[in-house]
Design a binder for this molecule. Structure first.
Ligand SMILES: Nc1ncnc2c1ncn2[C@@H]1O[C@H](COP(=O)(O)OP(=O)(O)O)[C@@H](O)[C@H]1O
Ligand SMILES: [Mg+2]
Length: 436
């Protein structure tokens, strides 16, 4: 069947007819659209249709896949199939460059080569599988490129945990964001879904076909469960508990601080956080001190902040020196990534680590912290966390690896366990609930 996507451009004919849900997306006029949909929904297809629909004379459009190879394999042929040969002015298979007879240029790009994305004003950009790209591609390159021509952007993808694609979804105007699940769209036949379900783990299936943002393959802290580890109704931390703080300094990235308390059973509660980008150490230090938490120890600071790599009046100094000059002396944290992650996992498993509900960034990072995707050829390479949105995760690691001090129960009060033991001795074994 042949359909015409754009009444003004009757010559661009596409041999596939948009499905109703694709039609819905094509008809939107919003400047930012976020489309989350299951695998094989037709996201890439509809995105290319959208570009062709908008392919005005002298227009300029980018389609960006996570890698150049993916752009070539997934989208190049698809795009050529959609454009009748007589509409093509010239094309370049290597640069994935297509110029239409109306001098509109469509280029396919890979997010793995950010430099190839710089320097042109755009009328529109599609960011395909944004969850697999570094978010700075959008914030630092594509968004600025759209300002001159008031261009549009379309984010498409399947979820990979609560990462920047999820944030993008939340930040998009409600009328221009969509989640389409395989169980609702009827695009993939039921038998095929059943087959996929049998082959995949439940988490994987829910992510790929039901667009579930909670779980994802590659998540580092799978042990982190919202209903177990998040304290929805924060309480006042007892003064007799041990209290500390951990700082991860970022000059361009946010500076993150996590405050924690340890109870008499050695359970660690992260009860407050600080997460601010682009400020001086002095401003950070003032904000941290203003919290007035009565800490029992000096904060731990990311060890790289102790490098004396700044100069002033011929004196070399470090970020740590600067924190100290501003009233916060710190100790260097231990930065063994693997050991730290394993210890944090143990703490989560043993229900010894909790996060107060007010620590939104910390919770988000716990849910989205993930391993770097390994290239197919490199399956034996050691696992490495993806260095995106991991600042508070570093803080948690530093804290747990420092073996947070478990306070002794104060002498003046009776230990509740002892009290319960006495009660048990008195009431006898018949009482089932002595330990509750
Ligand atoms: N409207 C349509 N009509 C027929 N086939 C379609 C349509 N939209 C997509 N397809 C086909 O469905 C398959 C998956 O599409 P694709 O855009 O790659 O999905 P996604 O990017 O969501 O995984 C492709 O083979 C594509 O040609
Ligand atoms: Mg696709």
């Amino acid at each position: 069947m042949v359909s015409t996507l754009n009444k003004e451009l009757p010559k661009v004919k596409i041999d596939i007819k948009p499905r109703p849900l694709q039609r819905l997306i094509l008809d939107l006029v919003d400047r930012v659209i976020t489309l989350i949909a299951h695998r094989r929904f037709g996201k890439t297809t509809v995105a290319l249709m959208k570009i062709l629909k908008n392919a005005k004379p002298k227009g300029r459009f980018f389609y960006i896949a996570p890698t150049y190879r993916q752009a070539k394999v997934v989208a190049w042929q698809m795009l050529l199939d959609m454009v009748p040969p007589e509409r093509i002015y010239r094309k370049n298979e290597v640069d994935l460059y297509l110029e239409l007879t109306n001098r509109c240029v469509i280029e396919l790009k890979g997010g793995d080569n950010p430099d190839s994305l710089r320097g042109v004003g755009l009328d529109g950009a599609v960011i395909d599988e944004y969850a697999l790209m570094n978010p700075s591609i959008w914030t630092e390159i594509i968004r600025p490129a759209l300002t001159d021509k008031r261009g549009w952007a379309m984010f498409i993808g399947t979820p990979k945990g609560k990462n920047h694609l999820f944030d993008q979804y939340l930040n998009t105007k409600e009328s221009a964001r969509f989640i389409f699940k395989a169980s609702e769209t009827d695009i993939i036949p039921k038998e095929e879904l059943a087959l996929a379900k049998a082959e995949m783990s439940t988490d994987e299936y829910n992510q790929e076909f039901e667009c579930d943002f909670l779980y994802f393959s590659g998540q580092i802290y799978k042990e982190f469960k919202h209903d177990i580890h998040v304290i929805k109704k924060p309480f006042k931390v007892d003064d007799s508990w041990y209290r500390g703080a951990v700082i991860d300094y970022g000059q361009v990235n946010p500076t993150a601080v996590a405050w924690y308390a340890v109870d008499f059973d050695g359970r660690v509660f992260f009860f407050d956080e600080y997460y601010v980008a682009g400020q001086t150490v002095k401003t950070h230090a003032e904000a941290i001190l203003a919290k007035k938490y009565n800490l029992k120890t000096v904060p731990l600071l990311d060890p790289s902040a102790f490098a004396k790599n700044r100069a002033s009046n011929d004196r070399m100094y470090s970020v740590a020196d600067e924190f100290e000059d501003n009233g916060i002396p710190c100790l260097p944290a231990q930065n063994d990534v693997k050991a730290g992650i394993n210890r944090v996992k143990e703490y989560l498993d043993q229900k010894k680590l909790f996060v107060f509900g007010n620590c939104e960034n910390l919770i988000r990072e716990f849910e989205s912290y993930r391993w770097k995707d390994k290239k197919r050829v490199d399956q034996n390479a050691p696992d490495e966390p993806l260095k995106v949105n991991d600042h508070l995760m570093d803080c948690v690691r530093y804290c747990i690896l420092s073996r947070p001090y478990q306070p002794r129960f104060p002498k003046y009060a009776e230990n509740p366990m002892e009290k319960r033991r006495k009660e048990f001795m008195r009431v006898g074994r018949g009482s089932k609930d002595w330990y509750t």
